[in-house]
Ligand binder design. Sequence first.
Ligand code: TNX
Length: 535
Amino acid sequence: MIVPKPVHCQARPGHFVLGGRTALAADPALGDVAAWLRSEIGPVIGGDLPPAAPGPGTITFALDDLPREAYRLTVAQDGVRIAAGGPAGAFYAAQSLRQLMPPAAYRKAGPGGELEIPAVHIEDEPRFGWRGCLLDVARHFMPKHDVLRFVDLMAMHKLNVLHLHLTDDQGWRVEIRRHPRLTEVGAWRAQSQTGWNGPLDGRPHGGYYTQDDLREIVAYAARRHITVVPEIDLPGHTQAAIAAYPELGNLDTPLGVRTGWGVGVNVLNAEDSTVKFFQDVFDEVLELFPSPYVCVGGDECPKDQWRDSPAAQRRIRELGLRDEEELQSWFIHQFDAYLTARGRRLVGWDEILEGGLAPGAVVASWRGDLGAVAAARNGHDVISTPSTSVYFDYRQGPGEDEPVPFGTVLSLEDVYAFEPIPAELRGDPAAERVLGSQCAVWTELIDSPRQVDYMAFPRLTAFAETVWSTADRDAADFLRRLEAHLDRLDAIGVEYRRESGPLPWQTRPGVPGRPESADTWQRKIDAWTGNLRRS
Ligand code: TNX
């Protein structure tokens, strides 16, 4: 009944009884995982799960000669034995063990008493090393408390990368000491567009994370074996920064933080001082986020302002570039060199392929498969995140009551059927370059943590199985296990989408969306990736 499905799972007769005095015995290297399990399960059974030496009746965490994220879990009448390649593997074993318990094991407190765990032998390890989820906290701010809750939900599904989209036209969400107006001004907008293109709602929106908040999120995630990859999106998607510091932009007229959606025309200018400004920003971001990977965005940068700006045209000549397209890749190269010099690896959206890249750069391929194939064949690592397969802002069904209908239909079954290795790379050694995949919760039309629950679950559960499990995909079997899993989500209080569609209070009648047909979408991808194909 475990999701994502383990590589090997064999039920055995009998069960283990977990009670308040059940002892936890852990190799010192795995002590923190045992402590995590104690703090989660202790309050449910009303006991303290004391530490002890291995012995009968205990739950034992031992190291074994296995890959870092692999584990073996044996539940027997006389004890539970976990053998893991390292702390991450032990943590995934503890997650599986918790799924073997009744759903009440997911509550914050329980009636006390004992939990029965069926005897079983599991051998398990993930298919991909990058099992990610992007959370867009820029379009709609998500309070820190809800981010931590989301981290726990990712951990429950054995995902290991949280990509935090921290800045965009509509909001700047990370405190930067050196440039305080980024949050003083950039974290707040006067109002927001209702739906995709409805009237402005007249309500201020905003929020940001202090540096201490982000240190807490990073540490909380690390304890759950999740790396937080920060994204500071540039040179497009920067109107909030330009609103705070107009000298970063191309216009003489001041801008506000953006209130509408869609690709924005206000982009950074290409002055050295602007590059320096953002390198100062990254100096602080790197301090907060130890992740080896750092995302600089690079997506959707309209070139109109550079075409119209005498200063940008002067820069193009000064730098000996051919045109605005090359100016975009020059921009990205400045940050590629900056990050490489600091021992980090640049991650960017597939648009960054359009001008050649440093060898260490990682491409997040979102517009179909083309970017993934091109990047892998050119020796770049790839994160496969095609919008029509893993963008959870896309509607979950064709019904008009989906809140708020956007993009093409991406059902639970579609996500389950998603294959992260593009068809064109199958059998090609370049397929090794696909580090894994990442689903994405973009939040233009998702304005609260409750809406995030609805859009992310249970599709995230299906996604977790596609990136973790090596087993053949069997949708009927998945849906059966999902039933038990939904009881766990209910115990946590996740307001997921039911098979029947949204509940009446989950619909948002009258809020304009932007539903599209699969054909329209494909035509759009073809047009967008024209540059990529030519390059
Ligand atoms: C494209 S994916 C974007 C985001 C939007 C998303 C909506 C990417 C690199 N850019 O800015 O939020 O589509 O689906």
